[in-house]
Design a protein around this ligand. Structure first.
Ligand code: CIR
Length: 260
């Protein structure tokens, strides 16, 4: 008899230095660390409600962006790829993530001069779409292709603009359905997928975290949430406004690993 696979959500502490986080498209505004930590705890408790086991890694004051653990690795069913983040300040984040992930997957790594951020990778089955040109460069995307092609994955570079990562512009909300901000990415790159567009007044609303059949979703984006619910999707709102000031969304704050 085999045990049913379980979902492990690896999260990471919010650094006391989060006020010094990387910012690209937002003005720096004061981040309330206590409030951000409270938001993160709600997020973790919703992950648990959805059946995940949560493992939170510690972070140091040299890792301002540590909470955004998604960028440090890409975890697939067959293997994990430890990234080389596009922002040099974030490269100290990867060793501890590699150590945690290695318990569950064989591990490969992106090497210099390649760069890749996990937030740039949208997976649709065996197709990986990588937002190129900002945090993830051609060398990193090429290395990813070499690493995963033997496992049957295709890797395509997708242009986007106006936001930090491809997953800020598009995320998968059901097997055949994407949530998209059309101002930031052209959904025709993802042929065969149906599309829900964000409400035009909610630019940052395209990032949703799919856990099983449910979606963890920022409570702030009420009008786009109504569009998701009108599709019959099970939306679990979480407060995410404080971490949004650091340019983070809900996919960024965990790595999901199916374990048996
Ligand atoms: C950064 O600029 O790297 C962080 N302040 C935010 C990272 C958010 N990660 C993500 O969207 N995957």
């Amino acid at each position: 008899m085999t045990d049913a696979p379980q979902l492990l959500a690896i999260t990471r502490d919010i650094s006391p230095a989060i006020e010094h986080c990387e910012l690209t498209h937002l003005e720096r505004t004061s981040i309330d660390v206590t409030r951000a930590r409270a938001e993160h705890e709600v997020y973790e408790s919703v992950l648990r409600d959805l059946g995940c086991q949560v493992q939170r890694l510690p972070a140091g004051p040299d890792m301002a962006d540590s909470v955004f653990i998604e960028d440090a690795a890409l975890v697939l069913d067959e293997l994990a790829v430890i990234t080389r983040p596009g922002a040099a300040s974030r490269r100290a984040e990867t060793p501890a993530v590699a150590e945690a992930v290695r318990r569950h997957r064989p591990v490969a790594a992106i090497l210099a001069p390649g760069t890749l951020d996990g937030g740039d990778v949208v997976r649709i089955g065996k197709r990986l779409f990588v937002g190129g040109g900002y945090r993830s460069n051609d060398a990193g995307i090429g290395q990813l292709r070499s690493i995963v092609s033997s496992q049957g994955y295709t890797v395509d570079s997708v242009p986007f603009e106006g936001c930090l990562h491809l997953k800020s512009a598009v995320s998968v909300v059901a097997d055949d359905l994407l949530l998209v901000n059309p101002a930031w990415v052209d959904a025709r790159h993802f042929a065969s997928m149906r599309v829900i567009e964000v409400d035009p007044g909610e630019s940052f609303a395209a990032n949703a975290l799919r856990v099983g059949d449910a979606l963890i979703y920022p409570a702030e984006h009420t009008r786009t949430r109504a569009r998701l619910e009108a599709e019959g999707l099970d939306v679990r709102p979480v407060p995410a406004g404080e971490l949004a000031k650091a340019e983070g969304g809900v996919t960024c704050c965990c790595l999901l690993v199916s374990v048996s």
